[in-house]
Design a protein around this ligand. Structure first.
Ligand code: ATP
Ligand code: ZN
Length: 285
């Protein structure tokens, strides 16, 4: 039987979350043996631990069948793979930043300037789309120090909180690309490998959906039941059971995490009591 080869980042910002998500799909493998490849015990996948920059290449060439990589790295690599699923973690943005004391009104201010970056392709596309000509200096790390040491007038780099920029005397001028981790696949997977992938996707989606929802259980006085039920719409209409205590019912439902606190407040105001909220492990529609 064939096994699907999944590439993930060996060590870095995407490693822990990638492993966590695979484990939550009830797929387990020996942890950190230091090996490049390891086999899952209970699912037909082998896991390859790679540098993130190598993942698009390996998936394109079929060394790996699928991989989890940042969209920033994928787009910059220009490799031909299929995008399968956004993973919901590893979120960051690629931004242009300039010295704090530079007066910056628009991208036009960067015309003729030199910009240091590790993302020349994404930056060039952005500049072209704005019809701006600038000098791109490719450097592979510590891009943020370039203006300080006179290597460039501006930079284009990954920003999450902006504190690295600040400590290097820079300010964010323009967001040019939003990124998150993404699952990609080789363009020519065998039918058998595609079946394994679909199986994995089914699990991944159930886990991701579960993370966005909570199971809620509450006691409602019967006279407020209609109001409370109207506050709990969504995928499943709530389950209502008569309660041992006269005049009360027990209500179960699934609510999304998004407007969770607001919902709880409204339910309480409508008369709900003993509100119990629990995480969901898997959610399948
Ligand atoms: P490798 O050794 O595998 O080449 P790396 O140093 O290039 O690792 P990391 O810094 O671990 O890469 O980042 C991996 C990915 O995590 C980035 O390409 C990006 O998609 C994502 N990411 C999320 N938040 C951030 C952040 N604050 N800074 C940098 N990358 C981030
Ligand atoms: Zn890298």
């Amino acid at each position: 039987m064939q096994r699907l080869k999944l590439a993930i980042q060996k060590k870095g910002r995407l490693s822990d979350e990638s492993i966590k998500l695979i484990n939550e799909c009830d797929i387990s493998f020996p942890s950190s043996t230091g090996k490049l490849v390891t086999s899952a015990y209970d699912f037909p996948i082998d896991i390859l631990f790679l540098r993130d920059d190598d993942i698009p290449d390996y998936v394109q060439d079929g060394v790996a069948d699928i991989g989890i990589v940042g969209e920033n790295v994928l787009v910059e690599s220009d490799k031909k793979v299929d995008e399968v699923l956004k993973m919901g973690f590893g979120k960051c943005r690629l931004s242009l930043a300039v010295p704090r004391n530079m007066e910056y009104k628009s991208v036009a201010d960067l015309a003729g300037k030199s910009i240091a970056t590790s993302y020349p392709k994404i930056l060039q596309q952005f500049l072209d789309s704005k019809n701006i000509k600038a000098d791109i200096h490719v450097i592979s790390g510590s891009v943020e120090i370039a203006p300080g040491i006179g290597l460039a007038d501006a930079i284009c780099d990954i920003v999450s909180t902006g504190s690295t920029l600040l400590s290097n005397g820079l300010k964010e001028a323009e967001q040019i690309f939003q990124s998150e981790a993404i699952l990609v696949k080789n363009k020519n997977l065998s039918t058998e490998k595609n079946d394994i992938l679909n199986n994995l996707l089914f699990r991944l989606e159930a886990v991701k959906r579960a993370q966005k929802n909570k199971y809620i259980l509450l006691n409602a006085p019967n006279e407020s039941l209609d109001k409370i039920i109207s506050l709990l719409p969504g995928i499943n209409s709530p389950t209502v059971q008569a309660f041992a205590k006269e005049g009360w019912s027990s209500v179960h439902s699934v609510i999304t995490e998004k407007d969770f606190w607001e919902k709880i407040q409204q339910l309480k105001e409508a008369g709900a009591e003993g509100i119990l909220v629990m995480p969901i492990e898997k959610l399948i529609y």
